[in-house]
Design a protein around this ligand. Structure first.
Ligand code: CTP
Length: 399
């Protein structure tokens, strides 16, 4: 959830500033890129060196660092961030946020930030209860800032009560939950097929293809990252998902048909990226076939086109995406498959494009929609290609 997220952590002058070290550690561990802005008072409680070491980034304390001659651009910092957290938030900085006062780098970054801002207040019992604090909290919430409520317990003053900054673990959990709830595919179910199918000839031989499953796994991961509940139906592959999802392993086209049919009805989005065998042996020998004759021929029958069969049962609420792997007349064949199989989108791979196709880490695709609009994409990593495919799906469901 926090992977590659750019976070500004603002730290104010409060004894709870020591907790910001743990907070940074947790955020960095979760994959976030954290930049810290300290107020002058905060630097009395925790050293910039500690926070710079933990965040692996320079710590910003003032507009102009005399020693280095570096000017810290508050607008740039504010725009860089995906999120800003001010933890601990002191009563002083809270009052500045409520009134728009901007007399240090932290408040200037806050005013410049366009991203969501979270605050974790920390103050003594009576300061927290004070009417002006209550008014200021209401005010900053009315500006869209989100408050992570302080906990109760023994305070630095020795008093007992509310005012203790939320624990770093609670802040991270709060933050992750907020992010999860904002995911565009939350509540949607997705079904993805990946990899090859193997059609058995006898107990030791099969007809297969070179599909690695990389593209399907990248799509399943991307859908999960966007919040969808994913069912991944995969043929034999060494690939592993990076996100939690339901995985159904299958071997043959017939197995894949069965799994897809059973799961299709409840899928809001279905992406069929598996390289399903078009033909399968009419009979499977029970014992290993011996090389007794000089020639050997195998009788094959057509497999069911899974995608086409799902297309027949698709409702108007469901989104169905197919792939077309072509070597000639690419666009015409892809558009034909889009109509014939009743798809919402078709993703065209041309084997004539270098860097596209089986076993590669890259792909080059063109996507057609129902109105034959065409989106052409550059050669990209399969992870980036999966993002492009999901973006086209998000456009269809208007998010
Ligand atoms: N597909 C499927 N079931 C099959 C064969 C293909 O669901 N038995 C799906 C693939 O997952 C892909 C799409 O159909 O999403 C297109 O597959 P492709 O092999 O390009 O085309 P076909 O429709 O099989 O036609 P042809 O091989 O004649 O080009």
């Amino acid at each position: 959830m926090l992977k590659n997220k750019k976070i500004i952590l603002g730290v104010c002058g409060s004894i709870a500033a020591y907790k910001s070290a743990i907070l940074i550690r947790l955020l960095v561990k979760a994959g976030a890129n954290v930049k810290v802005v300290l107020t002058a008072d905060a630097a009395n409680f925790i050293t910039p060196l500690t926070l710079a070491t933990l965040s692996k980034n320079p710590v910003y304390t003032q507009y102009f660092e005399e020693e280095t001659g570096v000017w810290s651009n508050h607008v740039e910092l504010g725009l860089w961030a995906d999120f800003m957290i001010i933890a601990p938030l002191s009563a002083n900085t809270l009052a500045k946020m409520a009134t728009g006062l901007c007399d240090n780098l932290l408040t200037a970054v806050y005013l410049s930030a366009k991203c969501p801002v979270y605050v974790a207040p920390a103050m003594d019992l009576d300061m927290w209860k004070h009417e002006s604090t209550r008014t200021n909290i209401d005010k900053i919430q009315s500006y869209g800032n989100q408050v992570i409520q302080p906990g109760s317990g023994e305070l630095a003053s020795g008093l007992f009560g509310e005012g203790r900054m939320a624990e770093p673990e609670e802040i991270v959990a709060f933050f992750k939950e907020k992010l999860r709830l904002s995911l565009p595919l939350l509540g949607k179910r997705a079904m993805v097929t990946a990899g090859p199918t193997y059609e058995a000839i006898d107990p030791v031989r099969f007809i297969g293809n070179h599909s690695s499953g990389k593209m399907g796994f990248a799509i399943a991961d991307q859908l999960a990252a966007l919040g969808a509940e994913v069912t991944l139906i995969t043929g034999p592959t060494a690939e592993k998902s990076s996100y939690e999802m339901k995985r159904i392993d299958v071997v043959s086209a017939a197995d894949m048909l069965k799994a897809c049919t059973a799961n299709f009805e409840e899928a809001d989005i279905t992406i069929m990226s598996a390289a399903v065998a078009d033909y399968t042996p009419v009979t499977r020998a029970d014992q290993k076939i011996k090389k007794t004759s000089s020639e050997f021929s195998l009788e094959l029958k057509k497999t069911t086109d899974i995608l086409a069969s799902l297309g027949k049962h698709k409702t108007t609420q469901q989104i169905l995406v197919g792939f077309a792997l072509e070597t000639q007349n690419e666009e015409a064949y892809a558009k034909e498959k889009l109509i014939k199989k009743n798809l919402d989108l078709i993703v065209l791979n041309s084997l004539n494009d270098k860097g596209a196709g089986f076993k590669k880490d890259t792909n080059k695709i063109t996507i057609f929609n129902k109105t034959a609009e065409k989106s052409v994409f550059e050669m990209k990593s399969k992870t980036e290609v999966a993002k492009d495919i999901c973006n086209e799906i998000l456009k269809l469901i208007n998010v």
